[in-house]
Ligand binder design. Structure first.
Ligand code: PMP
Length: 501
């Protein structure tokens, strides 16, 4: 396609009110090719643009670990760079691309919405698509209770809403959550996210939060006994580190919540919609929560979305009178793009049997990787459910390898996993992530569409990369040494202050 890119040039001036931006946004470009022209003319500048106009630290990280690629296209489980190289995406946009990237049926639904000129977000009206998605979503509820839905725009917003609804419905304000849990980064959800790195320096968070250890039912009962706790919020499988509760934990926790009048909230933002081989992870234990939160995969990755499903009495307690009809809400919640994408996503999950595929392929990946625990000294565990998988590393037995392990540990506890991640990416073109700061865990969150040959790709790549850790000296340990050298020492500088002296 010819692009009218001649007038697209980097912006060098300063924009004041009233100035026309079109000179650098392509004044001559045909609007049907507006975005294509911009990308063609300026894609190469993406890292510089981010360094100059956004948070440049991510660019530094990407450059340091060699992840600074120029992806051109995404399709299914794969990303393609400007050299036409194919990457297997085991991050899937932190779990949003459960259907794979650019699923044709979701894309078609979205095009249809745009082409239909729907009366989106009339606000003093109700939307058909939101009604239909709520109807479809609530049919998947893991239990017998009557539930209602509420739509938001992200996972953290679903958490914020969930906590508010629970507080209102119970008339209490305390919240109990789990150590090691992650629920988002806005102030309310951050208060129940147990990670000092995320919390530190952001000032006072919500009062009345108690964090208990997963599987410790006595600690939970102790926290709930005063009958002053609005909500107990958990991830059925913790995303940071992929920690799975003991078999009776969630059922007993639900029983305790019911006894002490606390709303049991299952945050399935990451585990939901088939990720773990069931529609909802709570189904693995047959436990019905009082409220369930979802987001990420619900829109097929295209439109921001979040949703709360709650037992009807909770929702009815909050929205109990006409003058309270808008007591909780959000301008873009229920927007047509997200709702249409959600409907298409639910249909594709079922039609393409992606939940069954997640269960099968996930089990095969884990079965084929477990023998590595005996084969390789650093490999300690392969665990997970469906396509939410953790590969955990730990100290070796032999003296020969111990010194190398200790060198990395002394520098930073995430470095060993980082040292595995980099060759997985560079040599095998597998995109994955370290599962949380200070952990020796690599997490795999593949799209649910991965197949047998993707499974072989993953297993072979891990086999080869982890085998290299036995070679000292060797290229992987040279990489380790260089990572250790670059490891960022905690800043001794006082925090820069924005406030005027
Ligand atoms: N809850 C859980 C369990 C999550 O995994 C996440 C995102 N990783 C969130 C909440 C926050 O979602 P978002 O990033 O969409 O705000």
């Amino acid at each position: 396609m010819p692009r009218a890119s001649s007038t697209l040039r980097p912006f060098t001036g300063r924009v004041h009110h009233g100035y026309c931006l079109s000179s650098w946004l392509g004044e001559d470009a045909d609007m049907t090719e507006f975005i294509g022209s911009l990308l063609e003319a300026r894609a190469e500048e993406k890292f510089d643009l981010h360094e100059q106009h956004l948070n440049g630290q991510l660019v530094r990280v990407l450059r340091t670990i060699g992840f600074d690629r120029h992806y051109k296209r995404g399709a299914g489980a794969y990303l393609y760079d400007d050299a036409g190289q194919q990457y297997l995406d085991l991050l899937s946009g932190f779990g949003t691309f459960a259907l794979g990237r650019n699923h044709p049926k979701v894309n078609a639904a979205l095009r249809e919405v745009l082409d239909s000129e729907l009366p989106n977000l009339a606000q003093l009206d109700v939307s058909v698509l939101a009604g239909l998605l709520a109807e479809a979503l609530t049919k998947t509820w893991p239990g017998d209770s009557r539930v209602k839905a509420f739509f938001a725009n992200s996972g953290t917003e679903a958490v914020e809403g969930g906590l508010k609804l629970a507080r209102y419905a119970t008339g209490r304000d305390k919240v109990v959550c789990l150590k090691g849990g992650y629920h988002g980064l806005t102030l309310g959800s951050l208060s129940v996210t147990s990670d000092e790195m995320f919390q530190k320096g952001f000032g006072q968070l919500l009062p009345g939060i108690t964090m208990v250890q997963m599987n410790d039912l006595s600690a939970l009962e102790e926290a709930l006994r005063g009958k002053d706790v609005a909500a107990f919020i958990i991830e059925p499988i913790q995303g940071k580190g992929v920690h799975i509760p003991e078999d009776n934990y969630l059922a007993e926790a639900a029983r305790l919540c019911s006894r002490y009048g606390t709303v049991f909230i299952a945050d399935e933002v990451q585990t939901g919609l088939g990720r773990t081989g069931k529609m909802w992870a709570m189904e693995h234990w047959g436990v019905e929560p009082d409220m369930l939160l979802t987001a990420k995969a619900l829109s097929g990755g295209h439109a921001p979305v979040g949703a709360i499903m709650a037992k009807a009495p909770i929702m009815d307690a909050v929205f109990d009178r006409m003058d309270r009809a808008v007591v909780h809400g959000s301008t873009f919640g229920k927007n047509d793009m997200a709702m249409a994408a959600g409907l298409a996503t639910l249909r594709v999950l079922e039609e393409e049997k992606l939940i069954e595929n997640a269960a099968n392929v996930g089990e095969q990946i884990m079965a084929e990787m477990r023998p590595f625990i005996d084969k390789y000294e650093f490999m300690k565990d392969v665990r997970g459910k469906g396509l939410m998988i953790a590969v955990e590393f730990g100290p070796p037995k032999s003296l020969k390898l111990k010194a190398s392990w200790k060198m990395l540990e002394a520098a930073n506890k995430s470095l060993f996993s980082q040292m595995i991640l980099i060759p997985l990416f560079e040599r095998h073109r597998i995109l994955a992530q370290v599962a949380g700061a200070g952990m020796h865990v690599i997490k795999l969150l593949p799209p649910l569409v991965v197949n047998e040959s993707d499974k072989d790709w993953i297993v072979k790549a891990f086999d080869e990369v982890v085998a290299d850790t036995h070679k000292v000296p060797g290229s992987i340990w040279s990489l380790g040494a260089s990572l250790a050298k670059h490891a960022v020492a905690p800043s001794k500088k006082p925090r820069q202050s924005f406030a005027a002296e």
